[in-house]
Structure formats: C-alpha cells, structure tokens
Design a protein around this ligand. Structure first.
Ligand SMILES: Nc1ncnc2c1ncn2[C@@H]1O[C@H](COP(=O)(O)OP(=O)(O)O)[C@@H](O)[C@H]1O
Ligand SMILES: [Mg+2]
Length: 246
C-alpha cells in the first residue's frame, strides 16, 4: 500500500481512513442527486454500496474519484484533502473502475496489465484466472475475463483505495463469486475497497460494512455480519423504489 506523501499540509485527523467523504451534496446541476452523504473506508476494509437503479451510487463514486466536483462537502484521501480531478487522485493512491468495461481491446492481456503501472505480478496472484490468458488480445476475452482484467489492472496500480462500480455486471453467479473473492483478498492485503454492487448476497459475503442508498440518501448501514440476517430489509429499499417509480 502506498503511504501518504511527505511534506505539504499536515494530515487531518480522520481515524486512519484511506478515503473519507463528509456532508457530500452531489449533482449534475444545482439540484443535488446525492444529499448529505458521509462515508469512510479504512485500509483493508470492503464497504459495499447497494441500492436500486437511480439511487445515486455511480454519482457518489464519480465525486469520490474526482470525475465530478461535489456541490458541497469535503473529500479526504489518505488523511489529506483530496486533490482535484481523477488523474491527480490516481497519482495519490486511488483507483477507479467506472461502470462498463475499461480495457484496451486491441492490446494483449499482458499489455493491458502493464499499463496499470507496475504491480503486474501481485495483480496476477490476486486474479489467477488471467494467467493463461496473458498473450490473448483483450478484445477476444469473454465478458467475465474482461472484468477480471479490469480488476487486475486496477490492482496493478497498487492503489490504497479502489472504487469499483458494478464490476460484476452481467456475469454468471460463479464468476461474480470468484471476482468478489479476489476483491476480498486484495483487501486482506491492505487495500481499502468501496464497491457498488447489484449482487446483494455475494457483496454481503465479502464486505465488512454495507451502505444502502435510495433516492440519493443512505437509508441503511451496518456491518455485513449484522445485515446478513436482514436481507429482507435491504431488498425492501429496492422494492420501495420500484413502487415509487414504477
Ligand atoms: N450525467 C448526468 N446528468 C444528469 N443527471 C444524471 C447524470 N447521470 C445520472 N444522472 C441522474 O442522477 C440520478 C442518480 O444516477 P446514478 O448515480 O447513475 O444512479 P445509480 O448508479 O445508483 O443507478 C438519476 O436520477 C440519474 O438520472
Ligand atoms: Mg450506477
């Protein structure tokens, strides 16, 4: 894990969080889509963000990654005020996997990994399914294999915090499970992970804490352990949304 850089502004007291957002209001114009949201991710912790379509999950990740400036509120990365913009945050230790696949289809799997700045060996240990596919063109990989590659490339950058938006979208349950296991292993080595997921049960299996969002606000949050017995309450957040919009 990368350490906070020496010099500059003194680290703020954040209880050791790798990423912390406070009182965040986020939107695409003056009207906030995400309202008064607080989130903190510790090193080695997987926080799963669940909620129905349109809840504001991707919007929150865009703000945390630096793609979108919040209307108000603050974001700290490794105990300091996060620099503006995605590339500055990536240099400071953040990795962001946006919705959809982000690979270079005409390059090989190995070349895609090398673009992830270095930690290829470590990434392959965490995502061993890629080992036999290193020389194949990434565009010829299956959907599941492309998502493995997306995850491995993010990990290869040796970030301190990974933000992943529906990494397992469209994958068969067995692949979702194996991808989630790789995420868990990366966290067990110190990576902080903030994971948007549609697969509630698989996310609960590997998460330490869970936040459920609905209509721009957190409606439920607890340890994954406590919530494993309350899947009905989580599903209610999804159902009430479709009742309201459907
Ligand atoms: N680029 C955009 N411009 C304007 N509104 C947007 C944009 N992207 C998303 N929204 C709106 O923000 C709300 C939250 O969307 P999003 O964060 O993508 O939800 P989720 O990821 O939870 O499905 C939705 O009402 C959506 O229509
Ligand atoms: Mg989304």
């Amino acid at each position: 894990m990368r350490l906070a850089r020496a010099g500059g502004e003194q680290p703020r007291e954040t209880g050791g969080a790798v990423l912390e957002g406070r009182s965040l209001f986020i939107g695409y114009g003056a009207v906030p889509v995400v309202r008064d949201l607080n989130v903190a991710v510790q090193p080695g912790e997987v926080v799963a963000l669940l909620g129905p379509n349109g809840a504001g999950k991707s919007t929150l990740l865009k703000a945390l990654s630096g793609v979108l400036s919040p209307i108000s509120g603050s974001i700290d990365l490794l105990g300091r005020s996060a620099p503006a913009g995605l590339s500055a945050r990536c240099r400071a230790g953040l990795a962001y996997v946006p919705e959809g696949r982000s690979i270079f289809p005409s390059l090989s799997t190995a070349e895609n990994l090398r673009l992830g700045r270095g930690g290829t060996e470590a990434a392959l240990k965490l995502v061993p399914a890629l080992q036999p596919l290193l020389s194949r063109r990434a565009g010829l990989l299956s959907g599941g294999e492309q998502q493995y590659l997306t995850l491995a490339r993010a990990i290869a950058a040796q970030p301190a915090i990974l933000l992943a938006d529906e990494l397992s979208l469209g994958l068969a349950p067995i692949l979702v499970q194996s991808l989630m296991r790789s995420v868990r292993e990366a966290a067990d080595r110190g990576l902080g992970v903030f994971l948007v997921e549609q697969h509630v049960r698989q996310a609960l299996d590997i998460a330490d804490r869970v936040m459920v969002m609905r209509r721009g606000e957190v409606v439920l949050q607890d340890t994954a352990e406590n919530l494993r017995g309350r899947i009905g309450d989580i599903e209610a957040a999804y159902l009430s949304e479709s009742t309201l919009t459907g």
